[in-house]
Design a protein around this ligand. Structure first.
Ligand code: NHW
Ligand code: EN5
Length: 388
């Protein structure tokens, strides 16, 4: 059934529930000299192309490919529309390798027709910290689908990751593959009911009128937490400390240093928003939340072309209840004109989803590890990991 995935060092469906297999790497690293030195073969009219995301031109090519060909919902009504600034941020993180930003071009025209990427991250799995790649933005042009190009791309990015002496990876997908570490559910908090209904993102339920929906989802105009402010560069060490400590409670989570916190969490307009709570008395940083901006193209509306969505990212609550922090996040997102605020049921999100009027979406997100076996699947609440 999975002609490609059956050949890969990932947990197989037949082994689910078999806890006699040891936890940890499935295959051992090979000496770097034994890693295949030449790229995998592509069909004759195509060529590999390392994508320099620092180049405006290349970044734009990746942006255009994804804008027209990346992930859609099950009913093909919306397609992710990652911005150029977002892609640059997502791919040029601390320690990144350009060689892990892999494009496929048509030889004759040089048109970019496929892409896959990895970035390095230190991932903790229970008590082991493993240098891994986070693989994302796998995309094959719609006209080249079902030709088994994706397996070649996955093998090629794997080869390039091996060449940097990295042997494990983490990735997420909306499709079920062998075999998930956990299955998480998307939830959506309506901020702009009229637009969401107009474009078919949500529907007026039984006994719900537009005016009742507008009232139901209304939010205060200002935030409620004293000392809440935007994160600044000087806050990086405190946020790193808070986050490292908080993420230590999850079975699987990244380990961030100051550099990574600066990169991933310092606010960037239209990319990532981060807020924290500074004690009015001691000036200590006690709480923190962030969300990223990921619009979707609306594929069939006369009136609107873009859905502005915020996605919950990392947070820490020590003094302020998480429910209150996230309510303030919704208020800020509303002020910033987002249409919807999205979350998964990972980390401690279940503690606020229902109370803050998030509704279950029709999408799921499966989390995977490559070349690392876990004895039993985790609950989503055991995961302290958010991929973009
Ligand atoms: S998930 C988003 C993936 N992208 C999209 O959904 C965009 C729209 N779709 C497409 O562009 C986030 C194509 O449909 C793609 C497949 C390219 C998805 N992950 O070429 P064929 C990520 O980016 C398997 C993994 O004929 P296609 C994470 C499928 O099961 N495998 O299909 C990426 C089948 O294998 P099987 C996927 O439709 C993680 C084979 O591909 C997959 O033309 C990547 C069919 O290939 C998916 N999302 O192209 C893995 N979708 O065994 C990283 C399909 O079942 C692993 N397939 O026969 C780690 C590597 C690094 C290791 C380092 C140590
Ligand atoms: C790699 N990092 O399916 C990610 N989105 O629920 C790649 N549904 O937006 C993998 N179908 O439920 C991504 N509205 C996998 C996800 C792909 C995108 C996707 C889902 C997630 C989504 C929306 C729109 C559905 C349109 C029809 C949805 C209902 C919201 C409603 C609000 C009011 C209260 C009840 C729920």
């Amino acid at each position: 059934k999975h002609k490609f995935w059956e050949t890969q060092p990932v947990g197989q469906f037949k082994d689910v529930g078999n806890s006699s297999l040891p936890e940890g790497p499935i295959e051992l690293p090979t000496p770097l000299s034994e890693v295949k030195q030449e790229p995998y073969n592509l069909p004759n009219s195509y060529e590999w192309s390392t994508c320099d995301m620092g180049s405006d031109e290349v970044c734009n090519e990746v942006y255009v490919l994804l804008t027209n060909n990346y992930v859609e919902d099950d009913d093909n009504m919306f397609r992710f529309n990652y911005s150029k600034e977002f892609l640059r941020w997502a791919l040029r993180s601390p320690g990144y390798y350009s060689s892990w930003h892999v494009g496929v071009r048509v030889k004759a025209s040089k048109k970019l027709v496929a892409f896959i990427s990895g970035i390095p991250v230190n991932m903790r799995v229970r008590d082991q910290v493993v240098k891994m790649a986070e693989v994302n933005f796998l995309c094959v042009h719609k006209k080249l689908r079902s030709k088994r190009l994706a397996p070649v791309m996955i093998k090629e990015v794997t080869r390039r990751i091996h060449l940097e002496n990295v042997w494990q990876a983490a990735y997420t997908a909306g499709v079920l593959l062998p075999t998930p570490l956990t299955t998480s559910q998307y939830w959506h908090r309506t901020l702009n009911p009229k637009k969401l209904i107009d474009v078919g993102f949500s529907r007026l339920g039984e006994r719900m009128t537009m005016s009742r929906a507008i009232k139901l989802y209304k939010l205060p105009t200002s935030t409620s937490t004293p000392g809440l402010r935007k994160m600044e560069l000087r806050d990086v060490p405190s946020v790193t400390q808070l986050l490292r400590n908080y993420l230590s409670r999850f079975s699987v989570a990244p380990e961030f240093d100051d550099n990574e916190v600066e990169h991933w969490l310092l606010p960037q307009e239209n990319v990532v928003d981060s807020y924290l709570v500074e004690s009015q008395v001691t000036h200590e940083i006690t709480d923190f939340f962030s969300f990223y901006t990921l619009p979707s193209s609306i594929l069939h509306s006369q009136e609107y072309s873009i859905l502005k969505a915020a996605y919950t990212f990392y947070y820490v609550s020590t003094n302020t209840p998480l429910l209150q922090l996230m309510n303030d996040a919704l208020i800020i997102a509303k002020q910033e004109n987002f249409d919807v605020f999205n979350a998964l049921d990972v980390m401690e999100n279940e503690s606020f989803l229902k109370e803050l009027k998030f509704g279950q979406g029709d999408g799921q997100l499966y989390y995977y590890l490559y070349n690392y076996r876990l004895n039993q699947a985790l609950r989503p609440s055991g995961l302290g990991l958010v991929l973009l």
